[in-house]
Design a protein around this ligand. Structure first.
Ligand code: AHR
Length: 502
C-alpha cells in the first residue's frame, strides 16, 4: 500500500479556472468534419446536415471552445474558398494530406455548428502561405459589424451580425518543414507582430496566439521563442504550444510521466515569456493557450496521408483507438493544465471526432465514446471555481526520461458559488493501492461526499469499440470518507479518480 497526502487551504488559491481550458480542436481532415460533425442524410442530422448524436456527445464532453480549421491543413488553406454559396466553392488540393478539399463546410458553417453546440469558436489564420492581408480580411469578414468590403460580404452571405470571434491563432507550427511556406523565427516574428497589431486595430477585443517551436524537441527550441516573443510581445496575448505523447517502449510508468513532462513544458515556456517581459521591464504576462495536446505517433505513416497521385475526396485518417493507459495519461495531462491554471487560460485537446478523438462515428450509424472521453468530460464537469495551491507528500518513482515522478497526481478545486470542493487524484502505482489523505483546511464538508468517479481497469490495454462502447466507463468510488476537514480514500492501482464534496 502506498501512502500519500495533500494539504490545501481555502485561503491559498492558485488561480481562477478559465473554462476555456476545456477546449477542443476540429481540423478539416479525414472523417472529422465530413462524416463526423456533418453528415447530411444521417438519421440524426438536422436541416444543416449536423449530426445531433455527435452534438449530444460534444455537449457531454463539456467542450468550451473549439479551434478550426487546422492544424496542418492551415498552411495551404484559403478561408475565402470556404464562404459563399456552397455550389460555387472550389475544389482545392490539400497538400498536407494529398486529398481534395471540397469546402462544403467552411467558416460560417463551423460557427453555426458552434452555436448549435453552445461552444465558442476559435479561428486559425494561415500566416504561412496566405499572409498579412488575407488575415486582416478574415478578421474584418468575421468581426466587423458592416459597412466595409469584407463585412458586407458576410452580411450578403446571410450573417447580419458579426461572429465576434475572440481567439485567433497566428499560424500553425510555422517552423515545421512540413508546412507550405514555413518560416524562420525572424520572418514569423515580424509577420506575427505586424498582423497582430493590425488585427487589434480592426477589433481590439480579439486575443491572439503566437506560435512557439512546433515541438519541444525542435533544434531551435528556446531561440525561436526568444526571437518571436521579442518581436510580437506587445501585440499578442498567448503563446500556444503543442504536445503529443508517445509510448515508444510500451512502458506504462514512463508513459504516465508524460503528464509531468507537460507540466515542465508549461513552466519552461512561461519562463521564456517572462524572460522577455523582464528584459522589457514589462508587467505584462503572456498566458498559455495549449492549442494541441493528445497522444500521437502511433499512426503509421500511410495513415497520415492518401497515397501519392490519387487525390481522394474523402479518406479516413488517424482513427486511433484509445486504451485504459491512454485514458490515465489524458487524465494526468488534464491535471497538468489545471495545476498551471494561473498561466494556462485556453487549451484544445486535439482532436474531437474520428481523427485522434474521444468521439467516434460510423457513417450512417452510431456515435460512441472512447476511453479518453471520460477524464476530459469529468474534468470539464467538475472544473469550476478556483484551483487551490497544494502541498503534496507522495513517494515517487523514476521513469526513463523523467525522474522523481510522484505516484500521486492531485488537483484540488473549490467553487465558492456552490460550496463544492473537488479532488482529482490519480494513483500512478501500477501494482499497489494508495491510501490517500486530503487535508482540507477551511473547507470541511457539512454534507459529505456528493459524487465520486473512478476510472480504472486491470487490463491497461482494454478499449471501447463500436460493438462494446461501454467497456470502460466511470464507476463509483466507494472507499471515500470525510471527517470534518479530513478526506480519506483508497485508490486502486493505476486509477484516476474524482471526488466531489460539499
Ligand atoms: O493533430 C494532428 C496534427 O498534428 C495537426 O494537423 C498539426 O498541427 C500537428 O502537427
Amino acid at each position: 500500500m502506498v501512502k500519500a497526502s495533500v494539504t490545501v487551504s481555502a485561503d491559498f488559491v492558485l488561480s481562477d479556472i478559465d473554462r476555456r481550458i476545456f477546449g477542443n480542436f476540429i481540423e478539416q481532415m479525414g472523417r472529422q468534419v465530413y462524416g463526423g460533425i456533418w453528415e447530411p442524410g444521417h438519421p440524426t442530422a438536422d436541416e444543416h446536415g449536423f449530426r445531433h448524436d455527435v452534438i449530444e456527445l460534444v455537449r457531454e464532453l463539456g467542450v468550451t471552445i473549439v479551434r478550426y480549421p487546422g492544424g496542418n491543413i492551415l498552411s495551404g488553406y484559403n478561408w475565402k474558398d470556404g464562404i459563399g454559396p456552397r455550389e460555387q466553392r472550389p475544389r482545392t488540393l490539400d497538400l498536407s494530406r494529398y486529398v481534395i478539399e471540397t469546402h462544403k463546410i467552411g467558416t460560417n458553417e463551423f460557427i453555426d455548428w458552434c452555436k448549435v453546440v453552445g461552444t465558442e469558436p476559435m479561428l486559425a489564420i494561415n500566416l504561412e502561405s496566405q499572409g498579412f492581408q488575407s488575415a486582416l480580411d478574415y478578421v474584418e469578414y468575421c468581426n466587423h459589424k458592416g459597412g466595409s468590403k469584407w463585412s458586407d460580404l458576410r452580411i450578403e452571405h446571410g450573417y447580419a451580425e458579426p461572429h465576434k470571434v475572440k481567439v485567433w491563432c497566428l499560424g500553425n507550427e510555422p517552423d515545421g518543414w512540413w508546412q507550405i511556406g514555413a518560416h524562420s523565427a525572424e520572418t514569423y516574428g515580424r509577420l506575427a507582430a505586424e498582423t497582430a497589431k493590425a488585427i487589434k486595430w480592426i477589433d481590439p477585443d480579439t486575443q491572439l496566439t503566437l506560435a512557439p517551436s512546433a515541438a519541444r524537441g525542435m533544434p531551435h527550441y528556446g531561440e525561436w521563442e526568444r526571437i518571436v516573443l521579442e518581436d510580437a510581445f506587445d501585440y499578442v496575448d498567448f503563446i500556444c504550444p503543442h504536445m503529443y505523447f508517445k509510448n515508444d517502449h510500451n512502458d506504462t510508468a514512463e508513459y504516465l510521466a508524460w503528464a509531468d513532462q507537460m507540466d515542465g513544458y508549461i513552466k519552461e515556456i512561461v519562463a521564456m515569456c517572462d524572460a522577455v517581459a523582464g528584459k522589457r521591464r514589462s508587467t505584462k504576462r503572456i498566458m498559455v493557450s495549449f492549442d494541441e495536446w493528445n497522444i500521437g505517433a502511433r499512426w503509421p505513416i500511410e495513415e497520415k496521408k492518401a497515397p501519392r497521385g490519387k487525390w481522394p475526396e474523402r479518406l479516413p485518417l488517424i482513427e486511433e483507438s484509445y486504451t485504459v493507459e491512454d485514458m490515465l495519461l489524458i487524465g494526468g495531462a488534464m491535471q497538468a493544465l489545471l495545476n498551471n491554471a494561473d498561466r494556462v487560460k485556453v487549451a484544445c485537446f486535439a482532436q474531437l471526432v474520428n481523427c485522434i478523438a474521444p468521439i467516434m462515428t460510423v457513417d450512417g450509424g452510431p456515435a460512441w465514446r472512447q476511453t479518453i472521453f471520460w477524464p476530459l468530460s469529468l474534468a470539464s464537469k467538475y472544473g469550476h471555481g478556483q484551483v487551490l495551491r497544494q502541498v503534496v507528500d507522495s513517494p515517487s518513482y523514476s521513469a526513463k526520461t523523467w525522474h522523481d515522478v510522484p505516484y500521486l497526481l492531485s488537483t484540488v478545486m473549490h467553487d465558492a458559488s456552490t460550496g463544492q470542493t473537488v479532488v482529482i487524484a490519480a494513483n500512478r502505482h501500477l501494482a499497489e493501492e494508495m491510501d490517500l489523505t486530503v487535508n482540507l483546511k477551511g473547507l470541511g464538508a457539512s454534507r459529505g461526499v456528493v459524487e465520486t468517479h473512478e476510472l480504472a481497469n486491470p487490463d491497461l490495454k482494454a478499449v471501447n469499440s463500436v460493438d462494446h462502447p461501454d467497456n470502460i466507463v466511470p464507476r463509483k468510488l466507494d472507499s471515500v470518507s470525510v471527517d470534518g476537514e479530513v478526506l480519506k480514500a483508497k485508490l486502486k492501482p493505476a486509477s484516476w479518480n474524482v471526488i466531489a464534496i460539499r
